[in-house]
Design a protein around this ligand. Structure first.
Ligand code: WQD
Length: 338
């Protein structure tokens, strides 16, 4: 019996593969490599000393999904595959709705035909309505401000409705806050295409000299120092959350949305200063205008994850900064350096 991991060569997918293989699971990966590299899978196998099966293909291809599920006796699915750039989703909404919704619909149809009953879905804190206060709890009102967020919202509803229709399904919707950092080995990490949208990879690329300076998007937010506050979560803690969610899905039925965050918010300047302290590197930055759509603060109430999954983030902001830098300095061109 195997676990099918769609998008397993990506940032969060590759870190989750490490934990699954370390736990002795058999894994088959389906990835198009549109926004990832097969080198990440080679390094996952190097790190764990274990083999995995990898198939290059599109997660929207229902017939392919069914063949993989049948051939590898898939018993559970972790669904990472999807486009994830917020800004691009605003420019190209149909690309996001087609890919992110069609892949989930194809997956749920293939699972139904092949009798696969467990799914862990990569959702996002971006589904919480912008007027809902932090710390966010899973029962808060949902609502999005960009097509990327709406695809996560709609996918959650698709999966929830499938669980309503089939009482044997067990699905966990993991709402990630801000994943950052890298495996302590520095062998795998975040490898964004082009100019990073997110804070931590931008800081790392500034530190390694790929970027001249960081622009801090606004310092007039209603926070302790005026810069945006977010719930940064070490990607290895996030990976562990998926292992715990799989264990929960194997023991329960129904559909649960669960936050994966630390419950602690840090500002942009907190992160910059923590990075400088952890790595002994000065980060050049300027204060620029606010980025449209950014909130003052956004962080989790992680108590449901602790109650249901027995999961609690362990790593500190210093760990995130140190491990993120370790990956970046060892791989200045990401996997493209290979
Ligand atoms: C963090 C803070 C920025 C870049 C995004 C996605 C969300 C989720 C998590 C997937 C904010 C500031 C950033 C920069 C800056 N991903 N910043 N200069 O916006 O909280 O959420 O990642 O689910 O969907 O939207 O993360 O890293 O982009 O920004 O000042 O060059 O850093 O204003 O306060 P965000 P982020």
């Amino acid at each position: 019996m195997s676990i099918l991991v769609t998008g397993g060569a990506g940032y969060i997918g590759s870190h989750t593969l490490v934990r699954l293989l370390e736990q002795g699971e058999s894994v088959v990966v389906l990835d198009s490599y549109d926004n990832s590299s097969p080198e990440a899978l080679r390094r996952v196998m190097q790190l764990t000393g274990r083999q995995l099966e990898a198939i290059e293909g599109d997660a929207c291809d229902e017939a392919l999904l069914r063949r993989v599920m049948h051939e590898y006796a898939v018993e559970s699915v972790i669904h990472f595959a999807g486009h994830k750039a917020v800004g691009e989703s605003v420019q190209k909404p149909l690309k996001y709705y087609k890919n992110n919704l069609e892949s989930t619909i194809s997956l749920m149809r293939a699972m139904r035909e092949e009798g696969v009953k467990r799914l862990i879905f990569s959702s996002s804190a971006t589904v919480y309505h912008c007027e809902e206060p932090s710390p966010h709890t899973e029962d808060q009102r949902l609502g999005c401000i960009n097509p990327y967020g709406w695809t996560k919202f709609m996918n959650e509803q698709i999966i929830r409705d499938c669980c309503q229709a089939d009482g044997e399904l067990s699905c966990v919707l993991l709402r990630y806050f801000n994943p950052v950092g890298a495996h302590p080995s520095g062998l795998i990490g975040e490898d964004p295409n082009g100019i990073p949208n997110n804070l931590m990879p931008y800081i790392c690329q500034t530190a390694v000299g790929l970027r001249d300076h960081l622009t801090i998007f606004g310092d007039d937010y209603k926070t302790h120092d005026g810069t945006g506050v977010r719930d940064y979560l070490h990607v290895c803690d996030l990976a562990e959350g998926h292992v715990c969610a799989l264990g929960y899905a194997r023991a329960h039925k129904g559909c649960e949305a669960i936050n994966l965050g630390t419950g602690t918010g840090y500002s942009v300047l907190d992160v910059v200063h923590a990075f400088e302290k952890a790595n002994g590197i000065k980060i050049n930055y300027v204060i620029g205008p606010r980025r449209p759509g950014d909130l003052d603060e956004n962080y989790a109430d992680p108590s449901k994850a602790e109650r249901l999954l027995g999961w609690k983030a362990q790593k500190t902001l210093e760990d995130m900064c140190r491990d993120g830098w370790n990956w970046q300095k060892k791989n200045p061109k990401g996997y493209r350096g290979e």
